[in-house]
Every structure is written in structure tokens, then in C-alpha cells.
Design a protein around this ligand. Structure first.
Ligand code: HEM
Length: 416
């Protein structure tokens, strides 16, 4: 059977994507009454897909590839060039296994401790001031965590600047004008800084602890037994530091959930570790972060009657799949309990991509994210008291990434 894709007519819909953000695919999924449709984006034909079956297809490495997919504006800000995101096949698996070797149980325990200490130090400072903006503070906490855990030692007075530069990489990709150029400039500065550190590790003048990102990436050998190009190694170290700083966004949404659902706060105060885990999962499912993942068709194939043509840009709807009513009962209700019976499918809950960590492009830092979020949630609920004054706590489903508008202003923060 041959199916033709529901098609969005018109020359190009890149502007609609920017205007509708997280809802671009879900809106069309609804109007076409289809989990799959064809459109034109970035001057080319593109397929958009949503849902568990679509995710399973998207992560089939024989059917899709990544090289040459990320648009320049993302490479110049968010990702950098020639990083693990752009690789395929054996080269990808080899580089990815180096990333995954940084995420051992022991290293996650170290991360847990570092995160706890950084929350304690930050909270002591907050007791001395009238109010804080959680987003700004969380970026700095996360920058400290990222550097210490990643084996990158920096001077005390540099943390604020580095946190801002790393954040500019994920705050700028879809921005226009100065905000976007700030991101491009920050990428140059970050790569120059990290490239210098990689060089020092290689010439022996810097000796970060074993198992840290800076050490392992600097000394990683490719399939030909050679070190990565210095610039590429810098891109990969940034691929660890930048997303850890980005967890500040999830910390903001965690605080928002605690505020919007006070009954949850009561439960958390008495609940055990399992409820903390479910709460963190629900924050990652419920709130927007990455709207979609992109790949291109590796070679012609037919799936459920639809013909996929080699080279076609294909987008998987991450946000929409996490809110798919066929997969999640009352998807727009915040309910951590839904995770008590979750079957752990690698394709229905995909805030950080789906499929297999080693074989595919699923986020290398998902365990890191969960660990840091659990520590942060515990700190917010069990170790701090604070008030939220009148402020704009709304968040957009258009701006990417979405962050609560006020950044969450907290007054009278005290350690319990
Ligand atoms: C890839 C989301 C945190 C490292 C990805 C992908 C998504 C994602 C959607 C792409 C999946 C795909 O292309 O199919 C997130 C979110 C995070 C987060 C929402 C929350 C802040 C982290 C952290 C790290 C990390 C903390 C490292 C410590 C990576 C790497 C890749 C990746 C290296 C590329 C993997 C590959 O191409 O094989 N992430 N991530 N991420 N993430 Fe994350």
C-alpha cells in the first residue's frame, strides 16, 4: 500500500516553526489528524513525525543519519562543529562510548556530592541578600558543578563569566540579532579557553583527575589511534560543560512545579527516594526543553506505506511525544504517579531523545541530568525556605529554550 504524506502547502515554513516553537509539530499533527506529515523547512522538503512508533523509526540507524543535518546557526552556537552529534556509524559509536565512559556509577556518586556542596555554599550566600533570581544562581551553581566534575579548574572570579558564556550557547540558537551574535562570540571564547586546556593536558602541564571529561576527552584516541583535533576536543568538553549549565532550566521548572502544585511539596517532604525520581521524571516530561531532534534519511525506504526519500530532513517531535494523549493519560496534568507503572520504553518518554545510549544519539547526559535534578529537588524541598513574591511565572511554548519569564525571584531564602 502506498500512502501519501499529508502535506503542508507553501514555499517554506521555517518562520512558522519559529513562531509556533514547541507547538509547531503538535499543531499540524492535530490539524492533519496524522502523526506524520510533509512540509518545507530551511528551503528543503522535510518530514515531521511524532509518537512512540515514529521515535522507534527515527532511532533506526540504518534508516537515518546525522552528518550534515544541523543548521549552521546551531553549529555556531549550541553544538559546535564536528562534535559527536554530527557523527554516524563506527566513528559515532567509538566517540559515544568515550562519552558514556564518563557516566559510571562512581562518577555519578561524585557528581551527587559536588552538587550537594555547591547548593549548600550558594544557599549560605543567599541568606545574606534580600532576594535572588533562581535561574541566574542555578546557572552559576551548575557551572561550578560542571567544572569541578569535568576536571576543569578555574579561578573563583571567572565562574560568573564562564557561566554566562556557556549559557549563551543554549540561549542564543533561535534568537535573532545581538542575542544570537552573543552566542556565536561565546562559542569562540569557550572553544579557545577549552582548546588551551586540552593542549596543556596533552603536553603534561595540566593533570586533571582520571575519569574527568577534560582528561578523558583530551587523551581520547580516534579509530586511527590519533588524538582528536584540538578544536574538536574543545567542542566535546563543551558538550559536557554546556548541558550541565543548561540543567539550570530544569531546576527552574522544578521550583515552578513545587510552587504550582503545593500538594506535591507536602508529599515530597515525607516521600522516599522513589517519589523524588518520579517527580523529576514528570518535570522532564511535562515542561518544554528541546522541541525536536533532527536527522536525514540515509537511503530510500518505505514505512507504513510512506516513501522516505534519501537525504530528506526528518524531525522527531520530542515535546509532542511527551504530551501525546495516546501514550500519556491526561498528558497536560502534572502527575508524578504516572511513572510508577511506566514500562521504561526507550521511545515514549523522550525529553532527551530516545533509543539506545551506546548505539544511537540519545543524550549522553541523561543520568547526569536526573542525578543533579534529584539533588536539587531535595535541596529546594527539604533544606530551604523561601517566598515567591508577585512575579511573572509564565513560560512560553514558542521561545526556545523556554524559561519561566521572571527567572523565579525568591525572597528571604533561609537554610532549614
Ligand atoms: C544529546 C537533551 C543534558 C550531553 C541530546 C539530545 C537531546 C538532549 C534532545 C539529542 C538527541 C538526538 O539527537 O536524538 C538534553 C536535555 C538536557 C541534557 C533536555 C537537560 C539539561 C545533557 C547533559 C550532558 C549532555 C547534562 C552531558 C553531561 C549530550 C551529548 C549529546 C546529547 C554529548 C549527543 C549524543 C549523541 O549525539 O550521540 N541531549 N540533554 N546532555 N546530550 Fe543532552
Amino acid at each position: 500500500m502506498n500512502n501519501s504524506f499529508p502535506r503542508e502547502e507553501g514555499m517554506d515554513h521555517s518562520l512558522s516553526l519559529l513562531r509556533e516553537g514547541y507547538m509547531y509539530i503538535p499543531n499540524r499533527k492535530k490539524s492533519f489528524a496524522s502523526n506524520i506529515f510533509e512540509t518545507r523547512l530551511l528551503g528543503q522538503s522535510a518530514i515531521c513525525m511524532s509518537g512512540e512508533k515514529a521515535a522507534e523509526l527515527f532511532y533506526d540507524e540504518e534508516k537515518f543519519m546525522r552528518n550534515g543535518v544541523a543548521p549552521k546557526r546551531l553549529q555556531k552556537t549550541l553544538f559546535g562543529e564536528e562534535g559527536v552529534q554530527t557523527l554516524d556509524d563506527e566513528t559515532h559509536r567509538h566517540r559515544k562510548s568515550m562519552f558514556m565512559s564518563l557516566m559510571t556509577k562512581g562518577r555519578l556518586e561524585v557528581l551527587h556530592e559536588i552538587t550537594e556542596v555547591q547548593w549548600q555554599l550558594a544557599a549560605k550566600k543567599w541568606e545574606q541578600v534580600e532576594q535572588i533570581i533562581l535561574y541566574d544562581e542555578a546557572k552559576e551553581i551548575m557551572c561550578r558543578v560542571a567544572c569541578e566534575w569535568g576536571g576543569v579548574s578555574i579561578k573563583e572570579e571567572e565562574f560568573k563569566e564562564k557561566a554566562e558564556q556557556l549559557a549563551a550557547l543554549f540561549e542564543s540558537p533561535t534568537a535573532l540579532g545581538p542575542q544570537h551574535w552573543k552566542g556565536r562570540h561565546a562559542r569562540k571564547q569557550i572553544e579557545q579557553w577549552l582548546g588551551g586546556l586540552v593542549k596543556q593536558v596533552r603536553d603534561g602541564s595540566l593533570n586533571p583527575p582520571e575519569g574527568t571529561a577534560l582528561r578523558e576527552i583530551s587523551l581520547h584516541k580516534d579509530l586511527e589511534g590519533k588524538w582528536l583535533d584540538e578544536k574538536v576536543a574543545a567542542v566535546e568538553v563543551a558538550n559536557i560543560l554546556r548541558p550541565i549549565v543548561a540543567i539550570a532550566i530544569y531546576i527552574n521548572f522544578t521550583a515552578l512545579a513545587i510552587h504550582h502544585y503545593p500538594e506535591q511539596k507536602e508529599k515530597l517532604e515525607t516521600a522516599g527516594a522513589q517519589y523524588f525520581q518520579m517527580f523529576v521524571q514528570e518535570v522532564r516530561r511535562f515542561y518544554p526543553f528541546f522541541p525536536m531532534a533532527a536527522a536525514k534519511v540515509r537511503k530510500n525506504f518505505v514505512w507504513e506505506g510512506y516513501s522516505f526519500k534519501e537525504g530528506t530532513l526528518t524531525l522527531l517531535d520530542l515535546y509532542g511525544t511527551n504530551h501525546d494523549a495516546e501514550l500519556w493519560e491526561n498528558p497536560d496534568v502534572f502527575n508524578p504517579y504516572r511513572f510508577s507503572g511506566w514500562d521504561k520504553s526507550p521511545f515514549d518518554f523522550i525529553p532527551q531523545g530516545g533509543g539506545d545510549y551506546m548505539m544511537g544519539h540519545r543524550c549522553a547526559g541523561e543520568f547526569v541530568t536526573i542525578e543533579i535534578m534529584e539533588v536539587s529537588l531535595n535541596y529546594l524541598v527539604n533544606h530551604l525556605t523561601y517566598q515567591l513574591p508577585e512575579q511573572d511565572l509564565s513560560y512560553s511554548l514558542v521561545s526556545m529554550p523556554s524559561i519561566p519569564k521572571s527567572g523565579i525571584i525568591m525572597k528571604s531564602v533561609r537554610v532549614k
